[in-house]
Design a binder for this molecule. Structure first.
Ligand code: URA
Length: 249
């Protein structure tokens, strides 16, 4: 069997993201065949070597990818020190440890993936791959056509423009509903963009992520991805990063 970098193997088992795995290795928390390994970039044979973290042998589980319709009032996390409800409460323990792929705000709703496949999560969220996120967003006030054009041209946030595709779904004097597609997942991105234009977000729902759409999945419900959706995700993961895209870590 081909050798594999230890931190990549760890991410595949779902114990941690690649970056977190590197931190655990550096901190001396990882043993390979009974010995602590702290060398960055160390390689192992995933078929033969025994990798142990916190007393537990790591194994590559069958990857699970679930689509959840996140309701408002849930944290996109696996635990909360303040005792708030978290998205993994909605699934229960039958799939073992699952992690949300990226985040939706506490008050936001819609499509959120949960997985034990650290590699997939990393790839989907990495800014280099520019995976599209489509939201239905309701804004305070009537958004003028010139403002929509500004949004479409790319409003600057944190010193970088955010290109967006915009479609008006509904407009009235007190609120406007848009379908907005962006290709990155910066913190509170949509809320900050709209705030910047003078129209605070009243409601935010993610309708699609890359090739996946929420469809009619009821709020609070989840389902496994279909074989076709898995194939589309695999295809996306094999595709080359977008040229000239922002380089995230
Ligand atoms: N943008 C936001 O502001 N919040 C989300 O939850 C997702 C995108």
């Amino acid at each position: 069997m081909a050798l594999e970098r230890l931190h990549k193997f760890m991410a595949r088992t779902g114990v941690a993201s690649r970056r977190r795995a590197e931190e655990l290795i550096a901190a001396g928390a990882v043993k390979v065949n009974g010995r602590v390994v702290t060398t960055p970039g160390a390689k192992i044979d995933p078929e033969r070597d025994r990798v142990v973290v916190a007393g537990q042998r790591l194994k590559v589980e069958a990857p699970v990818v679930l689509m959840l319709h996140k309701p408002s009032g849930y944290l996109s996390s696996t635990a909360d020190p303040r005792g708030r409800r978290v998205v993994t409460d909605l699934v229960g323990p039958q799939f073992g440890r699952l992690y949300p792929v990226g985040r939706l705000d506490y008050d936001a709703t819609g499509l959120l993936l949960l997985t034990n496949d650290g590699e997939l999560a990393q790839r989907l969220m990495h800014p280099r791959y520019q995976v599209a996120r489509t939201y239905r967003v309701t804004l305070a006030g009537e958004v003028a056509p010139a403002v929509l054009a500004t949004l479409g041209d790319g409003v600057e946030l944190d010193g970088r423009p955010v290109p967006a595709d915009v479609k008006v779904l509904k407009r009235s004097p007190d609120k406007t509903t848009l379908e907005l597609t962006v290709r990155e997942g910066r913190y509170h991105l949509v809320k900050r963009l709209c705030e910047r234009l003078g129209h605070p977000v009243l409601k935010l729902k993610r309708l699609a992520l890359g090739p996946l759409s929420l469809g009619g999945l009821p709020r609070g419900a989840w389902r496994e991805l279909t074989p076709r959706e898995r194939q589309e995700l695999r295809r996306l993961m094999q595709s080359a990063p977008t040229q000239g895209a922002a380089q995230g870590k």
